[in-house]
Design a protein around this ligand. Structure first.
Ligand SMILES: Nc1ncnc2c1ncn2[C@@H]1O[C@H](COP(=O)(O)OP(=O)(O)OP(=O)(O)O)[C@@H](O)[C@H]1O
Ligand code: SF4
Ligand SMILES: [Mg+2]
Length: 340
């Protein structure tokens, strides 16, 4: 059977600070299939937002893509002129951010902001735009949309503001939604409601979603496949099952072990010692080496992302090998029970 064109294909993407500055992303490869939810997970500073902004063509100066390719259904995005990229944003790809207040205009009513988007993307004006705005608010399950369309952002709760942002993102009926920590600023109940909403819309429309989060619980709940990022690289890529049941990379196992675990009475089992290296502070070789208990001479070369199982890749010279201190903790974290 003929394979469908991937929705998004990122190949050897390298993004850096200026033309001579340090790399922020180094040779990132990932593929998002049509209609799937691909999670991107990693600690703060691992390059998740920079990946999203590189794809969207929204990198803040002087950060720029230095090499690689971004293809949307086979179409190369990086060479597109700014005007074409602007037209594509919002129509074919839309993005939602962590803090809706930074993306909403505080002095404009919800209806005016939705109206601007609808005029630009669907050429709707006046009553038609208002009716479509209310329909969009209803779609994102905004309570009392007839009233809230006339509200100012500060009159809405955080969850409602995020619903407005999602409504604005959906206005152009995009096929790919890039969501950068869409629920991090919200409390747990609202977070679950917003994630349910994104999943419902994704399923109803067959939309593809690139979901960025540092929360493995969100990944488990929402995603089909996962890219684990560390220091600007993808260090593991696989299905949710691969990542949770057969994590190959020591960093992925560290993230899993840092999760609250039911078997351990909701205690945090451990955290990975150390932090993501700062920009320009990356040593030679595997960037996880300073924090890795399995580091060895072979790690002085950057390990390539390679197959470690069917459609499962990891960038490590010792995939699946457990460090002595990991064996018990991981068995518990992965729900395999402690040794009898
Ligand atoms: N405007 C900027 N100028 C220079 N460096 C930046 C800028 N924004 C981010 N960086 C650097 O780029 C690297 C990747 O940052 P990025 O924001 O993509 O991380 P992240 O994974 O999204 O983290 P978080 O979970 O905190 O959102 C970090 O080293 C960060 O310090
Ligand atoms: S390549 Fe070496 S240092 Fe890097 S994660 Fe694997 S074992 Fe650890
Ligand atoms: Mg970020």
């Amino acid at each position: 059977m003929e394979q469908r064109q991937p929705m998004l294909e990122v190949t050897q993407l390298t993004t850096a600070l200026g033309s001579r500055g340090p790399e922020i992303l180094s040779g990132v490869d990932l593929t998002l299939r049509s209609g799937e939810v691909l999670g991107v997970v990693g600690e703060s500073g691992s390059g998740k937002s920079m990946l999203a902004l590189s794809i969207m063509g929204l990198l803040p100066h002087p950060i720029a893509v230095r090499a690689g390719r971004v293809r949307l259904e086979g179409r190369d995005l990086l060479p597109l002129p700014a005007r074409e990229m602007r037209a594509l944003r919002g129509k074919e790809i839309a993005m939602i951010f962590q803090e809706p207040m930074t993306s909403l205009n505080p002095v404009m009513r919800v209806g005016q902001q939705l109206g601007e988007v609808l005029r630009w993307k669907l050429n709707l004006r006046g009553n038609a735009a208002r009716a479509e705005g209310i329909a969009l608010l209803r779609r994102v399950e905004m309570p009392d949309p007839q009233r809230q369309i006339d509200a100012y952002p500060h009159e809405l709760s955080g969850g409602m503001r995020q619903r407005v942002m999602i409504a604005m993102a959906l206005a152009g009926r995009p096929r790919l939604l890039v969501a950068d920590e869409p629920t991090t600023a919200l409390d747990v109940t609202i977070q679950a409601q917003i994630l349910d909403l994104v999943r419902k819309i994704q399923r109803d429309d067959g939309m593809s979603v690139l979901l960025i989060t540092h929360d493995l619980g969100v990944i488990a709940e929402m995603c089909d496949r996962v890219a684990v990022m560390y220091a600007g690289r993808v260090v593991e890529f696989g299905s949710v099952l691969d990542i949770f049941d057969r994590p190959a990379h020591p960093y992925t196992r560290g993230l899993l072990a840092s999760r609250p675990s039911i078997t351990a009475g909701n205690q945090w089992l451990s955290t990975i010692e150390g932090t993501v290296p700062a920009l320009g502070q990356m040593g030679e070789g595997c960037s996880f080496a300073p924090r890795c208990q399995l580091a060895r001479a072979a790690c002085r070369e950057v390990p390539p992302l390679r197959e470690v199982g069917p459609a499962h890749q990891a960038a490590c010279v010792a995939p699946f090998e457990l460090a002595p201190s990991e064996t018990t903790v991981n068995a518990m974290a992965l729900g395999q029970g402690a040794p009898a």
